[in-house]
Design a protein around this ligand. Sequence first.
Ligand code: ZN
Length: 293
Amino acid sequence: MPELPEVETVKNGLAPFMDGARISKVVLNRPNLRFPFPDQFKSELEGQVIGQLRRRAKYLIIPLASGQNMLAHLGMSGSFKINAELVEGANRKFVPLAALKHDHVVFEIEHPQKGRVDIIYNDPRRFGYMDLFAEEEKSPHFATMGPEPLGNQFSAKHLAQRFQNKKTPIKSALLDQKNVAGLGNIYVCEALYMAQIDPKRPVGDLVGKNGDPKKQLEVLAASIVDVLNQAILAGGSTLKDFKHADGELGYFQHRFKTYGREGESCLTPDCPGTISRMVQSGRSTFYCPNCQH
Ligand code: ZN
């Protein structure tokens, strides 16, 4: 399931083919994904020049010259494929790919340097969705969303303000998009493990009487940034090879330190513990009961 680092990697893979390109045609192979496409989806996109792709939380944002923005959420199984003139030289020519099962949307675009490019959205489980919005602050997707964990607004102090006097378990609080945007189950488990914090710990415990973050909350804020950046770095290294693999921009099986490692030895130096799994608010939490307090 794509989380923030995977969406960042997808954005970084698409940007060289989409930034500054013009959308010639949008082919919708069905009326909906998880939700119906907006009524004007095709007409708002066709003919538009694309600005600079960006990411907010787990959303990919494609700004258009009109001032509208297209938004894509990859759901559980969404992925983009790029079909472009990848071979340099005189024999370059564009050959459309045969449609595959679950290819739901095709963006035919014209890139100033790369020529015709098809960006194909495939999503077997169809939990992904696409929408249009004009202003981020007014969009229901973003209105109540907390700061980007990799942005300047995110800090231990911000978390302390949100967490003071609250009893929510830290695991659930980090998944709450109002506290911090874009964190999902995997990277919350990884960050809590790195910071050696018990996922059940009430958040108020991590805030001092004066409202300042305790040391552990500072370590946690830094760990969140670390695990995300490491995953983005790993995704970036896979991008170098992607052009040979049919242009597919997927997500990569990272090797996680705690997520999915139930019953295996804890990797913290000198910790004799074993990774356990428990269920919190319906989601699996992987943690080491020995070194996370
Ligand atoms: Zn441990």
